[in-house]
Design a protein around this ligand. Sequence first.
Ligand code: ATP
Ligand code: MG
Length: 426
Amino acid sequence: MLPKTYLASDHDIDSRLIDEDALYVIETLRNAGHKAYLVGGSVRDLLTKKTPKDFDISTSAKPEEIKALFQRRCLLIGRRFRLAHIRFGHKVIEVATFRSGDTDSQDLITHDNRWGTEEEDVMRRDFTINGLFYDPSSHIVIDYVGGWEDTRKGILRSIGDPLNRFRQDPVRMIRILKFIARLGFKMSKDCADALQACKTEIVKSSPSRLLEEVLKMMESGFSFEFFKLLSAFGILELIFPDLYRFLKTKKGDEVYHYLRIIDQVHRKHPKAPLDRSILVSCLLYPALEQEIENEYIAKGTKPHLGQIIFASTDVIKNLITHSFSHFPRRLTHLASYILSTQYRFTPLTGKRHAKPKFTSHKEFPLALTFFKLRAVFNPTLTETYESWKKFHQQKTRPARGAHHPPPKRRQATDEESTVPEKEAIS
Ligand code: ATP
Ligand code: MG
């Protein structure tokens, strides 16, 4: 099939938004005689005037050929999808060889490494808006699936029969809700019907991929809309049933307030997301308050710290790990620490420690950042927050005249907040 092509005069893609290293990778592949295009989210974002988060490249070159071209810069990864990661410092440009997929099958995809043509490569992608190629040297957009029109009209349409496509890979159901939340697009009627028909299959999807999409959305600046959609379309009750029920209560509504707050942070600092343990804590903190109210305050007692830690663990178990046993331990451990530490900042007894040792804990800044979110939620806490912040700054400030070697540069992992806490929420 011949694709539709759109010339530079048909679109207003701002080439300055395209990463230089991605352009270099495409050029290098081209110069070696291969086809290479920008594809997927970056083309969609360029067309809708958003700054792309990442630049995926699709090529006719096989992984070994890519490796030979980029040598030590290139790491071949993945079992399910074999991909090349080309590294430029901390940045990674993902390069995938054109693949074909059995798009008519209803079976769950377990293996997806058959090489194909550029057209086949588009056909195995999820939605038409994600199926466009862009050739940065000629500025031509190549469209095999009607993605150009759908992007213009703001419609999410599946490439191929949505019933089959959702069954093959149920994570696509989460992805369609993600694009509605982020882009404000509407889904086509056949996608909406298929979503209703297939939603229970979401439990068959790979837990790590599912969780990655959910956590990525919590960093996107559109988590409020996303969670509302997950709930409205009956997906949240399948993946996090207890959280779903809690969100329906009056106290549960506070979670949505926290989501709005983190969305504000991320819209202001899109490149420096809050640590994921803080994001998870936003889902849990109101439930912990509720539990402490029900189990202690309402009965006329106040829990001691051990009981608070126990209650935090309980809330994490009920709302998250009970239904989602693959949840990373690092996140639940840190969330438990962050949650229980809130009761040190604002003890239920109202008393404050004279020389609190807990501020020396290496993860203390995470707990303090969450406290700042609480203060945004409830401004009467601002003064207390400021005093803890000052206390912490004084403790960490080096003594005058002391000689300190320059700090070693360390690469921040994607799970760490790279933004200074005071900058992140201003
Ligand atoms: P984001 O802006 O969140 O990165 P994206 O669409 O670029 O959104 P990626 O996960 O980066 O999402 O995937 C890149 C491209 O790979 C997509 O645009 C789409 O073409 C294809 N893709 C991703 N996930 C799937 C899937 N589950 N099924 C089919 N194609 C997919
Ligand atoms: Mg992407």
